[in-house]
Write a protein that binds this ligand. Sequence first.
Ligand SMILES: [Zn+2]
Length: 356
Amino acid sequence: MSLRLRGVVLPGDEQRDLWISDGKISFEPVPGAETLTQRGFLVPGLVDAHCHPGIGVHGPASLEEATEQAIQDRDAGTLLIRDCGVPIDIRPLQQRDDLPRIIRAGRHLALTRRYVPGLGIELDDPEQLPAAVAEQAAEGDGWVKLVGDWIDRGIGDLAPLWPDDVLAEAVAVAHKAGAKVTAHVFGEEALPGLINAGIDCLEHGTGLSDEQLDVLARTGVALVPTLINIENFPGIAEKAIKFPAYAAHMRALHAGVGAMVSKAIEAGVAVYAGSDAGGMVEHGRLVEETEALHRAGMSREQALGASSWTAREWLGHDGIAHGAPADLLVYDTDPREDLGALRHPAHITLRGAVVS
Ligand SMILES: [Zn+2]
């Protein structure tokens, strides 16, 4: 079935007609198309740049649960997910036309006892990292996820997992295989090693200094701050009774995250929206992250771009263009005027089909 839509195409202010046929957008009329909408705002499918379809509240999810999570994300407007490490093989989800597109990063690479148990591949020796990266680069869809720092219970605080030279080799191995590397990082100490290794993206990045943000801006390293997940830091600190230094550190990082992201935006760092759904964050909350980015200093349009067209371009996916896959959202009112409008899409089309 072919569809005809009329509306303002974002980004921009052009009101136009477009058609959907064979899963693709056409700017040329398609005869016999049924009208889906006559007015409204047409937005490229939202992007959750840090999401874990396959992690549940109790750890690895079943494939059924992962499917439910992806549906929850889709119904909230997310049509493209960059998974940021998933403990199960979610390739079957990529076979389903009714689920968001997923860019897989494979499994988190961590060390024994240095990450959430059961989620990542737990290496015994940091020296094993480059080989493990090569393996994940071959398995995934162009991204590899490292755990850059985590609590070291011996020290009682956050500490890096990997020596700097190992990181440099690991990133080089990924790049040689055509994959990009991103890392979970909360604290300050792991950052120089990750940045100097030539990493492509940082997740959370709560410990980033102003000087480091300038470096990220200059070198094009992306940042996905996952602000709605950072809201969990005080709760994590509360439970860490045995590790007072760690608890104080997590509270301080939480207290500074607003200023860090605001500085990142001001410095021109490529900041993208990621909900970190899975585990501590429910799926389907990307709009809240978009609003949080706006509160941190992005204009509403920038924040929407960071959750839609800007993020799509970063990940190599088209926006609304002739011949592009028909993954788009229709809103009755302009979400650039009120991001809350994103909670109520009038229509969602994914691969050209109307869903939900
Ligand atoms: Zn995550």
